[in-house]
Design a protein around this ligand. Structure first.
Ligand code: KG4
Ligand code: ZN
Length: 357
């Protein structure tokens, strides 16, 4: 089925509303991508405060939907389906989006698709690069870091490995904090690192020994190593070279991410690497992945940075693929599921692609 899909994202601190059009040939086109962020309200706490995020979603929801419709030049009667992030994420934040999506779907009398935030981070790439061939996906966000084999956006994703401790984005946020940079830390480290020397310190690369799980990640040892390094400098009265440390830390993260992703793809005979999630906005990750994919004869797909961090367009994109595939819509009593498994793309319904959570 073709049509217009409105997607709602509220899993963390961004109220995202995206609108896409799905054509007969399966092409999905972006019509609107509106975001209201509460990040400034969290910055002074150094992390997202769930209650503050929920309240901000509640206030931003209706105006953001209206803005997205206006920008797309559409009215509610043009919308053929509503998609929403059903999980994973912050419980109260998800609840606002799921409740709003149910209300819109009921009021507009259109199907509802409760989707997985992580699958949506993969699906968004089709807005920029078209239909997805079988790909090895490196999914790196504030809460998740995994390697997945993706053969279809409407089938359950099969994880090959994941972080055993901190997510990549979490490591960026924690190291930024200890370097006195802002929140969220990823973009600050990315910027600071441009003036730094990535070879100034060789920080540890977690789980890269011969006996280590080849597709799993570990970033907590790296974060501790950076903390010890900074403490030692401070103890010795040496001023902390923030740019150099940011660059050396970033290099350790992106070295491991790209090496493991390319190894996983090569091992499985997959020639396309897709990177998604907020950390995929990182300029050094994008550059190194490009170099290493070229060297390995692989194709790299990374959406533009704005589509890597949380947004409603990614949810609408996944909803459009589900609609086009004829997936059964979610019932209107689906819950928000803060710990929704990465293997569930669509919540509710009854086919093998779904899971009644
Ligand atoms: O996908 P996302 O927007 O939200 C979650 O689903 O978690 O990812 C947010 C994460 C944060 O940890 C943020 O610091 C990180 O993505 N991030 C970056 C960059 N932009 C955002 N990390 C490294 N470099 C960036 N340029
Ligand atoms: Zn995300």
């Amino acid at each position: 089925m073709t049509g217009i899909v409105l997607g709602i994202e509220t899993s963390c601190d961004e109220t995202g509303v995206g609108i896409v059009r799905c054509a007969d040939d399966g092409t999905v086109t972006l019509l609107a991508d509106e975001i209201a962020s509460s990040v400034d309200e969290h910055a002074r706490f150094g992390g997202v405060v769930p209650e503050v995020a929920s309240r901000a979603h509640l206030e931003a929801m209706v105006p953001t939907v209206r803005r997205a419709l206006r920008i797309a030049g559409l009215t509610p009667s043009d919308v053929d389906a509503v998609a929403v992030t059903a999980g994973p994420g912050l419980a109260g934040a998800l609840l606002i989006g799921v409740a709003a999506a149910k209300a819109y779907a009921a009021a507009w009398d259109v199907p509802l698709f409760g989707v997985n935030h992580l699958t949506a981070h993969v699906a968004v790439d089709t807005l920029e690069h078209g239909p997805l061939p079988t790909a090895l996906a490196l999914l790196v966000s504030g809460g998740h870091s995994s390697l997945l084999e993706v053969s279809s956006l409407v089938e359950p994703l099969s994880p090959l490995g994941a972080t055993v401790d901190d997510a990549a984005g979490e490591a960026f946020d924690k190291v930024a904090r200890l370097l006195g940079l802002g929140f969220p830390g990823g973009p600050y480290i990315d910027r600071a690192a441009r003036d730094g020397d990535p070879g100034s310190v060789r920080f540890p690369r977690g789980l890269t020994g011969p006996g280590d799980a080849p597709y799993d990640f570990s970033f907590s040892g790296l974060k501790t190593a950076v903390a010890r390094h900074v403490e030692a400098l401070v103890r010795d009265g040496i001023s902390v070279p923030v740019a150099d440390i940011a660059a050396a830390f970033q290099e350790a993260v992106v070295d491991v991410l790209t090496a493991k992703a390319i190894r996983a793809a090569t091992d499985r005979g997959i020639d396309t690497l897709l990177i998604g999630g907020g950390v995929a906005a990182n300029s050094r990750l994008r550059a190194l992945a490009g170099q290493r994919c070229d060297a390995a004869g692989m194709r790299l797909r990374v959406p533009r940075p704005r589509l890597c961090t949380d947004n409603g367009a990614m949810v609408a994109a996944l909803g459009a693929h589900l609609l086009a595939a004829g997936a059964p819509p979610s019932p209107l009593d689906i819950p928000a599921d803060p710990s929704l498994s990465i293997t569930t793309s669509l919540v509710g319904g009854s086919s093998s692609t779904t899971n009644r959570a």
